[in-house]
Design a protein around this ligand. Structure first.
Ligand code: NAD
Length: 294
């Protein structure tokens, strides 16, 4: 594919080039979109481009992509050290850490740039749990604001939860749905409640697995083994937590806990301790398991 499959959206601005941002950028350039990828950290931006090149390279090895298509896809990827470079984009996808004030600041900053993205440009957040209604209220386009919750690893995972805030317009929901479909994803529409559907169900399970470990019920491999062999889960909850990032899991649990004011969502103290120690899972080489660093 050599050009955007969606005539009204050619260039997508992606804010945050970490685990999710680089995966989203890869899926977009793979399908013909141009991407302006912004991160505060030049090191992360450089690493993101390398990871995207490696990801597309694996597709070439598997015969799903031609070498020249990989080169074309990479030529559609532009990194941006400054948010200002997102001015001309047709759609914005935010993937900065799961902290309300950080995300709100990104959207407020975008709209107060000397040349902000056009008023009709949809703003989408990849938040896992934060209120879309509350984020939308930080902008001048609450009807043009939507949740697009991709899953990790983005190039492989089919689901995108499309989250409607209180004021999200049907046109905005449709634009996000169309974008997801054009990436080969299977969007599912849900309403705006803490954790939406996915993390409201998943995170209590992960948290309970950490409680099992903390209380000495079993070792990580045993806990994961029970869930894989007994429940037919492809990954155990602790392996999955390492993949997601323990900091991300903790942030989501805090949003659930504060959002519902229900103690059943209280984060396990062991999870908090591990995050405080900097054991964040695969991305730092150590979580419930250890990983060789790339
Ligand atoms: P991450 O920590 O890997 O990446 C976040 C990136 O944002 C970092 O590279 C950081 O430098 C950058 N950043 C921080 N502040 C910024 C700013 N103001 N402007 C630009 N860049 C900034 O986090 P992640 O795992 O990619 O998560 C990002 C979002 O995606 C979160 O909302 C998370 O809940 C959501 N999410 C994560 C997963 C997962 O499995 N990790 C799955 C679905 C959704």
């Amino acid at each position: 594919m050599t050009e955007s499959p969606n005539p009204s959206i050619r260039t997508v601005g992606v804010v945050g080039a970490g685990t999710m941002g680089h995966g989203i950028a890869q899926a977009l350039v793979r399908q013909g979109y141009s991407v302006v990828l912004h991160d505060l950290s030049p090191k992360i931006l450089k690493g993101a481009v390398e990871k995207i090149a490696r990801g597309l390279g694996r597709e070439v090895e598997k015969g799903r992509l031609k070498e020249e298509e990989k080169s074309q896809a990479l030529s559609r990827l532009k990194t941006a050290a400054r948010l200002e470079e997102l001015a001309p984009v047709d759609f914005v996808l935010e993937a900065v850490p799961e902290i309300f004030e950080l995300k709100a600041e990104v959207f407020r900053s975008l709209e107060t740039l000397p040349q902000p993205p056009r008023a009709e440009v949809v703003f989408a957040s990849n938040t896992s749990s934060i209120s879309i209604t509350q984020l939308a209220a930080q902008t001048r386009r609450p009807s043009g604001f939507v949740g697009m919750h991709f899953f990790n690893p983005v190039p492989a995972m089919k689901l995108v939860e499309i989250v409607s805030g209180l004021e999200t317009s049907p046109e905005t929901v449709q634009a996000a749905t169309d974008l997801a479909v054009s990436l080969g994803k299977s969007p599912i529409r849900v309403n705006d409640y803490p954790g939406f559907v996915s993390n409201r169900v998943l995170m209590p399970m992960i948290n309970e697995a950490v409680f099992c470990l903390m209380e000495g019920v079993a070792e990580p491999r045993a806990i994961d083994g029970v869930m894989k062999l007994g429940m037919n889960h492809p990954m155990g909850p602790l392996e999955l937590a390492d993949l997601i990032g323990l900091d991300v899991c903790l942030d989501i649990l805090k949003v659930l806990h504060e959002g519902f004011r229900d103690s059943k969502y209280r984060p396990c103290p062991l999870l908090e301790k591990m995050v405080n120690a900097g054991w964040l899972g695969r991305k730092t080489g150590r979580g419930f398991y250890t990983y060789p660093q790339a």
